[in-house]
Design a binder for this molecule. Sequence first.
Ligand code: FAD
Length: 397
Amino acid sequence: FMIEVLIEKCVGCGACLRACAYDAIKIEEKLAIIDSDKCVLCGACVSACPFDAILLRKAKTEAIDKSEYNGIWVFAEQREGVIAPVVFELLGKGRELADELGSELSAVLLGHNIEGLSSELIAFGADQVIEIDDPALKHFWDEGYAYALAELALKYKPSIILAGATVIGRSFIPRVAIRLHTGLTADCTGLSIDPETGDLLQTRPAFGGNIMATIKTANHRPQMATVRHKVMNPIPRDDTRSGIVIQEQINFDLDEERTTWLGFEKEKTGLINITEANIIVSGGRGLKEAKNFALIEELAEALGGAVGASRAAVDAEWIAYSHQVGQTGKTVKPLIYIAVGISGAIQHLAGMSSSDYIIAINKDPDAPIFKVADLGIVGDLFEIVPKLTKRIKEQRV
Ligand code: FAD
């Protein structure tokens, strides 16, 4: 937006000056002057002006030729030669969208010593793999990965770029969007094509999960979106599929290199990763203190499941952030999700409500978690959980 004072209409009455909460207007020689450093384009002066002498206009965006942009890209995130599971899910969705648009689906693979991974990407739906195998990409680093992906996008001009909303994706994909001067919709739960315009419809929860917002990147290309793990479905692996592999090279002599890779320390935990688990037992504030989290761990162990947590439990430092389920944690979709002492705030539900079977243990019969639970147990977790663990252990013997 841009703001403008119409000299021929302004009489310098000062109504705008009084309406401005940002001290961004002064009157000089019977004319309102707007200080662009202070103005936030709120429009209060526009409504206050009795002479219609101030205009708030949408700046013209430079039209791009959308027909120059073709194809769907999936960023094929890998660590130490293992492709992130979300990539296969994105290839599944990407395949569906590419077929609808009649365009190609490409996987973009960055790393070092990554031979062999391309065939896997093709088996899961990619028509072609564009890869850069370079020692500079051996370990993930934001600047290098962002530079490489953006350079490839400038060269090939894809219409859509999809990536996982993983730690890596969340870290560097926004940098790619900035380099390409385009928009990015994070954490999408739905992707489809607008039948009229062919634009990508990017749907995600907004306002704390209370509404679903559908966002379009109507004036820019590429259209970029990230998606969490376990939201989309992969297509079945087909090793008979064939595809093209394109090797690319990039000069990584970056002026802006500001980080040095010192090492990678894996989280020291004997606990199972929640995003892969079939059974998750999650604990919340109802556990009252750190030592009681052992009740959750014991039940999870008895069931051969993983340990999850609400943000309240993570904020209290009873368990590491990597176990947090919800809007600002992980999205999980296990066969069985057991919520213990968790109220069921909308932000928690956002990460677990698509679990196949939900069991809730809570002493408050009105707790919102019961609205999504398939089985609700109203009672004191300190009585119920130890009994449950004991019974399961007995049955295992
Ligand atoms: P509480 O809401 O305090 O619930 C504790 C429950 O334990 C109560 O229902 C109570 O009845 C029950 N209880 C107490 N004692 C017992 C007992 N002896 N036996 C049985 N039940 C008992 N939260 C997340 O979980 N994940 C997120 O990713 C997340 N992201 C957020 C993002 C934003 C922007 C915001 C604003 C909030 C976010 N939150 C998230 C926080 C969320 O709003 C809630 O505050 C949080 O989920 C509450 O955690 P809780 O259910 O453990 O605690």
